[in-house]
Design a protein. Sequence first.
Length: 95
Amino acid sequence: MPPTAPARVPSPIAMPDDDFGAALIAQAAALSAYARRLTGGGADADDLLQDTMLRCWAARASFAAGTSLAAWARTIMKNSCLLYTSPSPRDQRGS
């Protein structure tokens, strides 16, 4: 039997920067509420929102138009929050 070629993962369909930016800004209020739930509010929520917006913008080429921007951005926010709240190896050392 001849070997089969591996399945190709389709590359994301790019969204124009202006459209992506407008769609991301439209999600800002919902992302802010999610950040407050994750952090308990205050400056940490504001920092998390800002970090998420920057990460989303930097990774916009990997976003596939036609998929849920809200879910994609919330995943980025959740991962950022976990990254900053997980203890570092330095914190796990004994006294």
